[in-house]
Design a protein. Structure first.
Lengths: 246, 600
């Protein structure tokens, strides 16, 4: 089927998310909470667009809007620009330290709503980190409270017991709000410091011991002491032995 | 003659001591029996809420048709003695505006204009006794429905024109028809009993006072769409509702109205209660379903409706308590008859919780299309102390404030929406000239900042910023541009929020801005609260020539800021006064004046 986005005719499959269709056709829509590995979050609302379907106009969130009927889409008209500007200004009030939001505000000429509180950080409570953590299976962090007091936190605001230090939360965070430090030997996240394990053969960093144990337990194997590359190399040698023996 | 004493045991009357009244009546009956004087065989029944809670505890005597109000345990002896002599206790009868005592419930000006369908049994039956419900035609509709096809049942609901009573007003028949059309099983039927609007208690009353009508309505729906499993989602704060519904489910199961083989038809329905943890947002359909599934009560985008993919991704019909309570009557008497009630586009009746500054507060059921004036002035008896009416807030945090110029609007699904408010689920808060509309808007926004699920940006952050602006205006920090920014925020929140909570959250602000903009401007430009409510902008003074030095103000002052003695005019010490307004509320002589601080 065909839809028209910003005047351009685009081909798509029924049920495809509007954002995907736009991106495939080179039309830029800003996003924050959209992550290709964790689709369907749909809560930052930065990617709103106007959809006109059978004469009816509505504002929808393009990252979770399934295209089911022929329609005309406006990703950046005056109305959307104004509303997106307001959403960005609201996000900036919540996360004044975030560089990406500051840049978007600048791009949309959205001035600060009022004096920003320096104590506020970078988190926009989109919950991607929570989803990443629970999708992996550790489930060490969660959203706490509701309404304007909602926040992302480990249980009791203590370093989370279930955290395996994989750092997925920090990696998916669109505003780099989760503190994450790493040096040669240790990694610190959620105020919990983990010892990093290195490959017994080549010495490459393999992650935290907790991470390796967690993965091994899920796979029903013993934690490996070799990195991926060395394990493959070792396996190749075994195979070569088997073949040369025959 | 055998008499039945119906003692109201709704939440309001229980709080006013109706359980003690029951005890006292029982004791009195026993005592009279022992003394051999009794000629009246009285039987006591604990009923659900009669709706006229402020006049509780209420005792109705049948078949004499006597209703007593504000009954205390020590009245029990008088009531029974009078009954023995076929007399009435005059002092316990309701007194109308002209000072006449009213004996019959139906002659009471509060009840007379009402038309009861959803509340048909409440106050007349013991909710704990299924036989009571059956004796008033209960489960007849289910029996009838068992001999109809699903499509025939739905046709009657469609013909009735019934629209969802939860607030959105979606045609119930169409919802059922859509759900019935999906060939995916299992299907679910869910009752939304997560009533949470401030000041609303319609669903609570039905669940407490007539749980079987809801169960029967759900069973009929299940037959119509082909569901075999259902849930009643009831907020945990409604303790009596939970108790009565659970008991009703058990007795309906016992008599075969539910279970694996409904009345021998071979059809099955299992209903169970899910307790809500107290989040307002769980009244939103998708959040409610998430909560039933055991997830955090957050809504999802409804680009695919829950009637197609609801509970556990299966077709689900979710209706409000009051909607289900209407169903048995529609099936029993036929859809076309129901459609003759109310207006063309909003058929039937609607229950309202009439509260605030109105003389007769309580639960009322009227035909759709009744005017606000009829509700507030005829049934409600007008404003307390005959002060000027200022506004009525309908529809809770999703609704709006309607000014006096619009009192003659008919109340139905569509009319109020055209004016920016909505009928909503039935909350109706009446306000007089001593209510500040900016403060009302601030109150609702504050409520929603606490009750938003916090998932999407416009609702969570937008409401937070609106609250900052409104608090600023109420505290005298309002500035030019505030109102324009509020309007922009409202538009964005309304259009880009995830669920109906966010989409309708701006309504209290938008309607007050539309109809009471001058009040906002007085706060911002003159730092003056015309209603004398916003304490940072208001001082109270006692007008010496009007003060009768009765001392009521002094007695009511929470911080002892009022000095004076009998015989002299009282005076307020401005240094310790917190401008709460208790003195003004207490004064019977209009001697206490609210002034702007800036005007001093």
């Amino acid at each position: 089927m065909n839809i028209v986005i910003d005047g351009k005719s685009c081909t798509c499959e029924p049920g495809e998310f509007l954002l995907e269709v736009a991106r495939r056709n080179g039309i830029y829509i800003p996003t924050l909470c959209n992550h290709e590995g964790l689709l369907g979050q749909g809560c930052c609302r930065v990617c709103i667009v106007e959809v006109v379907e059978r004469g009816w106009s509505k504002t929808v969130v393009s990252c979770i809007y399934p295209v089911l009927n022929e329609c005309e889409v406006h990703t950046n008209n005056e109305k959307i620009k104004q509303q997106r500007g307001i959403i960005l200004r609201l996000l900036q009030k919540r996360a004044p330290q975030s560089e990406i939001i500051a840049a978007l505000c600048k791009a949309y000429s959205a001035p600060a709503l009022d004096k920003l509180n320096e104590k506020d950080g970078k988190c926009i409570i989109c919950g991607l980190c929570v989803r990443a953590c629970s999708t992996l299976g550790a489930g060490a962090i969660a959203t706490v409270n509701r309404g304007i007091t909602k926040e992302i936190a480990p249980p009791f605001n203590e370093p989370p017991a279930d955290c395996i230090g994989c750092g997925s939360c920090a990696r998916v965070c669109p505003t780099k709000a989760i503190e994450y430090h790493e040096n040669e030997t240790t990694r610190t996240v959620w105020e919990k410091t983990f010892t990093l394990v290195h490959c017994a053969s080549c010495g490459a960093q393999m992650g935290t011991q907790e991470e390796l144990n967690f993965a091994a337990e899920k796979a029903g194997t013993e934690p490996s002491t070799l990195c991926d590359a060395c394990r493959k190399k070792q396996l190749a040698l075994v195979m070569a032995d088997v073949y040369s023996a025959t | 003659m055998k008499r039945t004493l119906l003692v109201c045991c709704g939440t309001g009357c229980l709080a006013n001591g109706s359980e003690q009244v029951v005890q006292a009546l029982e004791n009195a009956i026993n005592k009279m029996g022992v003394m051999g004087q009794i000629e009246v065989k009285a039987h006591i029944k604990r009923t659900g809420c009669n709706g006229f809670c402020e006049n509780g505890p209420i005792v109705q005597i049948l078949p004499d048709d006597i209703s007593y109000y504000k009954v205390k345990p020590h009245d029990a002896q008088d009531i029974l003695s009078a009954l023995q002599e076929n007399k009435v206790v005059e002092r316990l009868l309701y007194k109308n505006e002209n000072g006449e005592r009213i004996k019959s419930k139906l002659e009471n000006p509060f009840y007379k204009p009402q038309y009861k369908i959803a509340l048909r049994n409440i106050g007349e039956i013991d909710p704990g006794n299924i036989e009571d419900y059956i004796s008033r035609g209960g489960y007849e509709a289910l029996t009838k429905a068992l001999n109809m096809s699903g499509s025939e049942i739905i046709e009657q609901v469609e013909l009735s024109g019934l629209r969802g009573r939860g607030g959105a007003g979606f045609p119930t028949g169409r919802k059922w028809r859509t759900a019935a059309g999906y060939d995916v099983f299992p299907k679910y039927v869910v009752c939304n009993g997560d009533e949470g609007d401030p000041g609303a208690f319609m669903d609570r009353s039905i669940l407490e006072g007539d749980p079987h009508s809801v169960i029967e309505g759900m069973a009929i729906c299940a037959l119509a769409i082909g569901a075999t499993e259902g849930f009643l989602y009831i907020r945990d704060e409604y303790g009596l509702a939970l108790k009565n519904v659970n008991a009703a489910l058990a007795s309906a199961l016992e008599l075969g109205f539910l279970g694996k083989n409904i009345m021998g038809s071979g059809k099955a329905l299992n209903l169970s209660v899910v307790r809500g943890g107290g989040a307002f947002v769980c009244g939103e359909s998708t959040a409610l379903m998430a909560s039933i599934e055991g997830r955090v009560g957050e809504p999802r985008a409804k680009y695919i409706r829950s009637v197609q993919r609801g509970l556990w991704d299966c077709p689900t019909v979710l209706n409000n308590v009051e909607t289900f309570a209407n169903i048995p009557v529609i099936i029993r008497d036929g859809g076309p008859l129901y459609a003759t009630l109310g207006t063309k586009t909003s058929s039937g009746t609607k229950v309202f919780a009439l509260v605030g500054k109105v003389k007769r507060t309580g639960l009322v059921e009227v035909q759709m299309g009744a005017t606000l004036r009829h509700l507030i002035f005829d049934i409600g008896g007008g404003i307390i102390d005959d002060r000027p009416f200022k506004a009525v807030q309908t529809g809770g945090p999703s609704g709006g404030c309607i000014p006096s110029a619009m009192l003659d609007l008919p109340v139905d699904f569509d009319t109020l929406t055209q004016y920016g408010a909505m009928m909503g689920s039935g909350g109706m808060i009446v306000m007089d000239d001593r209510d500040c509309m900016v403060e009302v808007a601030r109150y609702y926004v504050k409520f929603l900042t606490e009750e938003s699920c916090g998932k999407c940006t416009p609702c969570r952050e937008g409401l937070r910023h609106m609250l900052d602006i409104l608090t600023g205006i109420c505290e005298g920090r309002g500035q030019d541009g505030d109102l324009e920014l509020l309007e922009q925020l409202c538009q964005t929140i309304a259009e880009s929020s995830l669920c109906a909570l966010g989409k309708s959250a701006p309504n209290p602000v938008l309607t007050t801005l539309k109809y009471f903009r001058d009040e906002y401007e007085a706060h911002i430009h003159n730092k003056y609260c015309p209603a004398g409510v916003c304490s940072k902008l208001t001082t109270f003074v006692i007008e010496k020539n009007k003060c009768k030095s009765c001392g009521l103000c002094k007695k009511n002052c929470p911080v002892n800021a009022i000095r004076g003695e009998k015989g002299q005019a009282y005076e307020i010490d401005q240094r310790s006064c917190i401008a709460c307004g208790s003195c003004r509320q207490a004064c019977r002589f209009e001697a206490i004046l609210a002034q702007g601080r800036a005007q001093k």
